[in-house]
Design a protein. Structure first.
Length: 328
């Protein structure tokens, strides 16, 4: 492929080793995501299935990596398309509430997409998926319990032969539960980066630590501060984003610069100094997540060893459709 990434980043270099094995080798256009992979029932179960946890085994010919790539791509596309629709309207320039909500979902989708790159899937299992799991468990003699429906965190094991699935805390809402798990994964990676003998990766670890502080800002110990701000704007109508647009003054224009995050080095996005201004702090954190996911995808796009990466049919196609100049 003659496309080239405009710039590289120490943060991208530091996270690359954590990609789930084989995802950068997925080429062509994957046809379905993880939920459909489950219902296709081309897996095995060799351990007892509990109501809140189970392990799925699979052969090399039926690996779920392609389904993770599919979900990674669709979520990335949704993330970028969300911010592409944050546009300045000179008739109502301060009417920014829905822009902030779009920005939240852009970051939310980006965080989901990033987890797929790392081999995690936080997925809602309905009775359709749990019936398939119970059916295969019963065939192999481990069907004494049917898994509960709900949101599961599923992790591809290092041997790339097993997926470990665990039900999330149903007492939390979906978004709160998601950010809680995302926070734990980011903090693990931040620590593990420091174990790398390449000491120049330390700034990457520090940046992820800064992200964890943002997610836990203002007593949001579960990591759901971004979701709290979204709820404040969407349901409580605070922070001055709805008419009469109080408390935002000149800062309302910052939301319209969000598209510039796609050309930034994620390490350059400030996650520390705007904490006193909640909306600017929110913008920077969301921008960082979108920028990080976007640049990781580009890095993966150019590291497909055979054929055209699945990102060629996803983010590169989207960029060409919107005539973005961030990929060349």
């Amino acid at each position: 492929m003659n496309a080239k990434l405009k710039s590289s980043s120490l943060l991208i270099d530091a996270i690359r080793p954590f990609w789930v094995k084989g995802i950068n080798e997925v080429n062509g256009s994957p046809k379905f995501g993880f939920q459909l992979w489950i219902t296709n029932e081309k897996f095995q179960i060799y351990n007892v299935v509990n109501e809140d946890s189970f392990d799925i085994s699979y052969s090399i010919n039926d690996t779920p990596i392609s389904s993770f790539a599919y979900d990674c791509s669709r979520l990335l596309n949704a993330s970028i398309e969300s911010i592409l629709n944050i546009k300045f309207d000179k008739s109502y320039p301060k009417s920014t509430a829905w822009h902030y909500i779009k920005l939240y979902y852009s970051a939310f989708f980006a965080a989901h997409s990033l987890l797929r790159m790392l081999g995690y899937s936080i997925t809602q299992f309905s009775s359709i998926e749990t019936n398939s799991i119970f059916k295969i468990a019963d065939i192999y003699g481990y069907g004494s319990h049917k898994p509960s429906t709900g949101s599961y965190i599923c992790k591809i094991a290092e041997d790339n032969k097993t997926i470990h699935c665990k039900l999330l805390n149903n007492k939390r809402g979906y978004h709160e539960a998601f950010w809680h798990e995302f926070l734990k994964i980011i903090e693990i990676i931040s620590t593990d980066i420091l174990k790398n003998p390449n000491t120049f990766h330390q700034p990457a670890s520090i940046k992820l630590f800064e992200l964890s502080k943002v997610l836990k800002h203002s007593k949001s110990s579960n990591g759901n501060w971004l979701s709290n701000i979204r709820n404040d704007i969407n349901y409580k109508h605070i922070h001055g984003c709805w008419f009469p647009y109080s408390n935002i003054a000149k800062d309302y224009k910052n939301i319209y610069n969000i598209i510039n995050c796609l050309t930034a080095d994620p390490l350059s996005i400030d996650l520390q100094t705007n904490c006193a201004n909640k909306l600017n702090y929110f913008i920077n954190a969301c921008s960082f997540l979108v920028c990080l996911n976007f640049n990781l995808a580009l890095d993966m796009l150019y590291r497909c060893p055979i054929g055209k990466s699945f990102h060629y049919y996803g983010i590169l196609s989207l960029a060409n459709n919107y005539k973005l100049k961030y990929i060349k």
